[in-house]
Design a protein around this ligand. Sequence first.
Ligand code: MBD
Ligand code: FE
Length: 282
Amino acid sequence: MTTMENPTASGSGNAATDKFKGERVSSDTSPERVAAIVKDLFAAFNKIVHEHEVTYDEYRVLKQWMIDVGEYGEWPLWLDVFLEHEIEEVHYDRNRLAGTKGSIEGPYYVPNSPKLPSKCTMPMREKDKVAPALVFKGQVTDLDGNGLPGATVELWHADEDGYYSQFAPGIPEWNLRGTVEVDENGRFEITTLEPAPYRIPTDGPTGWFVESYGGHPWRPAHLHLMVKAPGKRAITTQLYFKGGEWVEDDVAAAVKPELLLDPQPNEDGVAEVTYNFVLDPE
Ligand code: MBD
Ligand code: FE
């Protein structure tokens, strides 16, 4: 998706924008509902402008910044970092879901990653192996704890430098991405790498935005997952590491206590953790 040699904000941003444009999005929102939302949106905006006496210079900087976000292709990044977490929480609450908690998808999911058997190692380069191995195992079940043999566990995460394949140059297409097909009991055992904390690009308008208010650009180390099974509601979530840096202060506000892993050395001395996914009915 990007042909640039060095990873840049506009390279990853525009790759994420191109990918998103390939999806076909629509919503059956009624005009009445749009009217209600727009009314509240402008009321909130007007209140802020009034209370903070927002100046013309500030308004023009906003305009320039929004143009920059578009040119760098960073709308998927900015929106997913700052707005998606609330959308995701409302989605979970409104549907009164009882299964595993979700978390935000973020801008770097790619569908149709290569299929992997229930016991597998994620595609990775030799150089990725400087990161410690992580054995991630578990079972996909329904709400009653019955294993779901037809389930898939899609996993994607950044390499130790904080780059996602297909969104930074020079990484094999499906590096650290895969669709794991669980066994006849719904179980999986995936060997991958312990991810590192992730820094959103600081050389683009999302990074400048964070800098402008003295914030930090970090997300805690995380695994991204999408878990699906026939007749069940798919979940999109992320898993984090207990006690890890930025867990308490994620720039994307997407950590939940139910989503913390605490790997322990197994008999081979490799970090191992079990996490089960519980899927709601469709
Ligand atoms: C990520 O890796 C991510 O997970 C989110 C939510 C936003 C930006 C980058
Ligand atoms: Fe991520």
